[in-house]
Design a protein around this ligand. Sequence first.
Ligand code: CO
Length: 298
Amino acid sequence: MHKVLSALLVLSVLLALPAASFAAHGDGQADKAGILVASFGTSMPQARRAIDNLVNAAKTAFPGVEVRLAFTSNIIRRKIASERGEIIPTPVEALARMNDEGFTHVYVMPTHIIPGEEYDEIVNVVEAFSSLKGKYGFRKIAVGKPYLFGVEDCDQMAKVLMARFAKQLRQKDTAIVLMGHGTPEHIANAMYSQLQLSLDRAAYGRFFLGTVEAAPVITDVIAKLKRNRGVKKLVISPLMIVAGDHANNDLAGADDDESWLNLLKKAGYKNITPYLVGLGEDPNIAKGFVERIREMMK
Ligand code: CO
């Protein structure tokens, strides 16, 4: 009885005070929720739209919750800081600042496609912060799942890609070649093969998935394409949130002999159309992003 009364008393005092007046003061701290979007980052302004679209989707879906952005790549952070004076924190920096500003519940949402090395880094940071108790700890800190976290996720991604390339797929002689990033020496790289299975189930012989950093490599993609004699035209596109450096150079770079565009040309494909738009700009991907944040908040 005593406990209930005092809890009610504390509650009424809390409700009477403006939220800001007791931020970051221990016991009486009011709930303050925040979302931290953690991206690898990009230094290309036109590629940035994809990341901003995800940030804005989160802002729209959770109007009362502040949404912040962190980049994991120090090379990119330093480049944009020196080139245009834009300061984007690391996840560690962003979380420390959110702690200082009195956030109590923080939801860290990575923009990664597979739970590879980059994702592990984010999980490490979240685990470190969740082990902090008291003044420097959050009451709750959670990390969201990347897009391809299991079999169902791959089926879902296949659906998104079917819709994304619906127009191109209506042309029966056209195949879609997708460039994933890839994560060498990591079990999560297998998600690309899982996604290929989902794509084959959805539309056999229409999608050919490779990676830039791991397997399948482009020569695997070409060998597989050759076995599909009906394929005459290709659409090449990144399976990445951002159409940045890899998409513009490693995939579609006209001057680079080793780009997929030129290797596919050398393999005999004359009709190749690059589609260099990051997945982050796709409304279905943004919807999935918001769903994963909502899952975390439960
Ligand atoms: Co890379």
